[in-house]
Design a protein around this ligand. Sequence first.
Ligand code: URA
Length: 262
Amino acid sequence: MNTQPLDAAATESLLAFWRDAGVDACFEDAPVDRTHVVPPPAVKAVAKATASVVAVPDAGDALSEARRLAAGAGTLEELGQAIASFEGCPLKGMGATQSVFSRGNPEAPILVIGEGPGAEEDQRGQPFVGEAGLLLDRMLKEAGLEGQVFITNTVFWRPPGNRTPSPAEQAVCAPFVERAFALLQPKAVLLLGAAAAKSVLGTDEGIMRMRGQWREWRLSEGAVSAPVLPTLHPAFLLRQPMAKRQAWADIMSLAARLDAGD
Ligand code: URA
């Protein structure tokens, strides 16, 4: 193995080579659980000695902080700023460039929730602006729903290598998703793909079973509720074009529900 140190230009050129070849994330040979942060021994000792005074950040603290920040946002714009300032989602430290909150009409009757930002979204700071987003926009336009959607995701930082966000990552971002729902007060919600449907509806059912079936999403305080429709994720449709027929039927059902005004 060549163990010569690389200079900056050579490193940059090597990275550009791998990026152009489609490699956009680095992994170690063995998996590392970066959601479980073990304080180094010195910090551990201090934390132990002062346990009653110093709170060591954990998932519970992050969730409380997410709830506090979300509740303090009075508009969708403020909610975007609150998300950008949130440090509690582990995805934020896994190579994401920026937070990605929303795109679309802040007074839309439809809330669309996807899984999480991909590479293009991470670069541009908006959800669904890559290939899958173009397909989504085309379908919405064909159904007469252009300009009638506000689009977000279950998590706001790109998962490394575009993997599916974990339930823990989704859970810590959920107060922001719920606040978006409460602020928008949509007439209907469209859930794109299994990860979004499972997270929002709190179920383990498969997407093929759930898609096309209207359910209700009611926040625990009960103040906000709306009919929700799980459907297939546009990225899945790009890989499986035959499934577009089912997704199209779902989008038509959404348009009809909005027309009927119920
Ligand atoms: N896929 C998603 O689920 N969300 C995006 O924003 C982009 C692709």
